[in-house]
Design a protein. Structure first.
Length: 108
């Protein structure tokens, strides 16, 4: 039986895919959707960022105000991304230099 694709509206955009099991390494309230991207086959969506699912308003309770996520870099290094309500940071050299990096986008 084929799973039905869902449309999830978040604070930052729309995401479509089939609901799959959330990976064990995700240590916060989230859902996981398949994607059509080869590089990132699953999109992890924090529950506090969900506005609606298939047009129905979200009833999720907000997660903790700040969370830390471990992200693998392109060369195998491991970085820590911190996401708070007012700031985001990463331990990678790019963030230290530019105050932005791809790891924050990947973690969000």
């Amino acid at each position: 039986m084929q799973e039905k694709a869902m449309i999830v509206k978040t604070k930052t955009g729309l995401h479509e895919g089939e609901l799959v099991a959330t990976p064990r390494w995700v240590d916060y309230e989230a859902i996981a959707l398949t994607t059509n991207e080869l590089k990132f086959r699953v999109r992890i969506i924090p529950k506090e960022s969900i506005v609606s699912i298939d047009g129905e308003a979200s009833k999720f309770i907000a997660a903790p105000v700040e969370r830390e996520i471990t992200v693998a870099g392109s060369k195998g290094n491991v970085y820590t991304v911190t996401i708070g309500t007012k700031h985001k940071s990463c331990t990678c050299p790019a963030f230290q230099f530019r105050r932005s990096c791809k790891h924050i986008a990947e973690a969000a």
